[in-house]
Design a protein around this ligand. Sequence first.
Ligand code: XMP
Length: 534
Amino acid sequence: TILILDFGSQYSHLITRRCREHNVYAELLPCTTQLKDINFKPKGIILSGSPYSVYDKDSPHADPAIYELGVPVLGICYGLQEMAWQMKGTVEQCDHREYGFANIKIAKVGGPNPAVDALFEGLGDEMQVWMSHGDQLSAPPPDFHVIGHTPTAPYAALAHASKPFYGIQFHPEVTHSPRGKEVIGRFVLGICGCRKHWTMEEFIGKEIARIRAICGSTGRVIGAVSGGVDSTVAAKLMHEAIGDRFHAIMVDNGVLRLNEGKQVHEMLNNDLGVNLTVVDASDLFLSRLDGIDDPEQKRKIIGNTFINVFEAEAAKIEAAAAEEAQNGDAQGEKKKGRVEWLLQGTLYPDVIESISFKGPSATIKTHHNVGGLLKDMKLKLIEPLRELFKDEVRALGRLLNIPAPLVQRHPFPGPGLAIRILGPVTREQVRILQQADAIYIEEIRRAGLYDQIAQAFAVLLPVRAVGVMGDKRTYEQVIALRAVQSEDFMTADWYVFPPEVLRRISSRITNEVAGVNRVTYDISSKPPATVEWL
Ligand code: XMP
């Protein structure tokens, strides 16, 4: 394991990603973590960047014990300054904040200790890197060699003469540093000597064993599934571990995509063998949404109604399970216990979000989507994906034989079509949007463009537009199409379709979807727009 101490940089999670891309397990913890409080011995430590200045009164500092542990330490940006500051170098404010590309000249030190040059070994004499800093070193600490410099940063990279301590002013974790991933590889694989154990093949075996150990030979688990990648992968993993002692519940909230309930049922239950109950609660959801215009209110209603429905269904399953645990099944055999656990598809970015360092005044956020449930039913959480990033979940899905179209599926928001119907939600509006959206996605798939797009969907606008059909005037609704490319949905660009694809989609929607006479394409990026319209 590589321990990454997070000093609050917006790029900290990317360091974790890059280590994992080298098949090395890395864990991000707040910079205030004391070594005595962690229950593993890292093979190396990376100090992240930070918005702070090491000299600020309230700036965060690393536990000095990290330098006594006998493992390599790499400081990145603030991490370099922190290491230098702790070892009596000097850090000063730059004349100008440096932000952007720079060329770093690599300086080979030579000499008796080859480890001094190990960080940039094989990377040539010069490389392009990304800088983002307001402070920099004005004097390195004693016993450090300069291993890289730029025209503005004479101490852009340092290595200790005899100990495995390294510091770099640039950000190797961002894609703007094209060889940054290799630098991280030199550190974790070469200098720390980590082996490439972090693979999804190994993860499956270990995680199934862990789930079995947690649940024992009789314990049961319930969990919600949506048909999305995360919940499907989590459900399949649970099924592999404990078979039909895992009970999946899918709530049809009436604002799913066309035929989604049926498709999820077929895929999870028939194809993957997961023990699944589909609850059609569309009447309840739509009645509670009746007349509601405000998107935040729609979200709240859908979230709360989901909890009500899920709880009621879970209680039924729990009651049946309790009876069986008491009296045995139809054959009178007692093989299964009570429902004790609730499955949640929490991913690592949510975990990072809740533990990452937000400065001295920030409180740490807790992260339970269905907190109410746990209190009432006294269920304990089981989160098999909490160490994984999204693309690791996809890789896991492929290994678990989940069909490829599902593994690559675009995200779909919990509140579903309700936040894509602008204005009040009615069955008729849902019907129009479902049909238009299905045509849109079908044509994207047919054109072979689905995997190039991060998210595509149709939106139903609350206006009527004039049109003409035959020699008659029409006055009907408008569909807006949205498609974006994005790495992480924090920013997004609108997708440039080949015109003939848009032409076909528009023509099919206006011809096939009763009530729509006009289609528009959304050419806004995020920011300033968001991905969803509401
Ligand atoms: P925005 O609209 O915030 O969307 O740019 C970024 C990503 O988040 C999804 N999204 C949601 N997902 N519940 C969800 O589960 C929501 O209320 C919600 N709102 C937005 C959106 O689809 C996109 O992938």
